[in-house]
Design a protein around this ligand. Structure first.
Ligand code: C2E
Ligand code: CA
Ligand code: CA
Ligand code: CA
Length: 279
């Protein structure tokens, strides 16, 4: 047991060191990523379930580092938050996504919506609302076509401050989606006080659909609760036709996932959109 304990300790120690080294390396290369044009966005279609119409896209960041190769946002967003690089990166994402959508609209497509993931670090900046409104002005995008995706854990931290900012943006027509809903720890009464327009059901509740037996899967109850509160409900991570059928039966508003499309590179979006409109 002693041997095992010692072994475990050493292994753990090495992992900690490796983990730390990796963070330092990622941070070092991330610092130059914007200026070196290593970041890009992909766009994942979101579809209105009732009509099958293309509602818009979620912008998802991609990093192709000449040294590290492709690095998943799951690996670098947290680090970017810790070293506050998420501030310039997040602003870059927002501008790029709005420019992209405004460009589609200028070509006579849509109008579509764009959903952009926002970090708590951005939300807590004093000039966050100004930045969002300025980028909308600069890119000449109507606020009604922008939706911000925020996560539950985010808001718990500074409920008052964040609620005021989100309310302000919501008043100007911007959509506010609560991302990864169901994975956090918010109570329903607290949910009621949040100035949001959309609930986004986390993929983990979609994976098991439609499920067995007679009990209503949680995803169905989440849709009902969202509608009771006057919110739109979006399901993420929809991978099968069965999941789509279930979500249609429970009146989920929007769906997103590999069954409809994987995230698409900017250069392919136009072709995808035309092809989707034809089918
Ligand atoms: P998220 O916001 O929950 O985004 C959904 C993730 O699930 C994306 O992973 C997407 O590619 C993936 N996905 C979509 N449909 C399916 C499906 O049907 N099956 C499966 N297995 N996966 C699906 P991705 O692009 O790797 O992003 C991971 C996370 O990184 C995002 O989770 C989000 O939290 C964060 N992220 C991505 N882009 C940004 C960004 O620009 N800013 C910030 N702050 N966070 C971002
Ligand atoms: Ca999201
Ligand atoms: Ca999500
Ligand atoms: Ca998720």
């Amino acid at each position: 047991a002693k041997q095992a304990g010692k072994g475990t300790y050493i292994l753990y120690g090495q992992n900690m060191q490796q983990h730390f080294d990796e963070r330092v390396i990622i941070e070092k290369h991330l610092r130059e990523a914007i200026d070196n044009n290593e970041l890009s966005l992909q766009y994942q279609p979101k579809v209105t379930l009732r009509t099958g119409e293309l509602w818009g896209f979620e912008a998802l960041i991609r990093w192709n580092s000449p040294v590290l190769g492709f690095v998943s946002p799951l690996s670098f967003i947290g680090i970017a938050e810790d070293c506050r690089l998420i501030i310039p990166i997040g602003e870059w994402v927002l501008r790029k996504a709005c420019l992209f959508l405004a460009g589609l609209h200028r070509q006579g497509l849509g109008p579509y919506h764009i959903s952009v993931n926002i970090s708590v670090i951005q939300l807590l900046l004093d000039d966050f609302t100004d930045t969002v409104l300025r980028i909308l002005r600069e890119t000449e995008l109507n606020p009604r076509y922008l939706e911000l995706e925020i996560t539950e854990s985010i808001i718990m931290e500074s409920f008052e401050e964040i609620s005021i900012k989100l309310e302000y943006l919501k008043q100007r027509g911007i959509g506010i989606a609560l991302d990864d809903f169901g994975t956090g720890y918010s109570s329903l009464s607290y949910l009621k006080q949040l100035p949001i327009t959309t609930l986004k059901i986390d993929k983990s509740f979609i994976d098991g659909l439609p499920g067995e037996g007679s009990s209503m899967p949680l995803a169905g109850s989440i849709v009902a609760i969202g509608h009771d509160m006057g919110l739109n409900v979006t399901a993420e991570g929809v991978e099968t036709e069965e999941q789509l059928d279930f979500l249609r039966r429970v009146n989920c508003d929007k769906v997103q996932g590999y069954f409809i499309s994987r995230p698409i590179a900017e250069g392919q979006v136009l072709a995808w959109t035309r092809q989707y409109a034809r089918q």
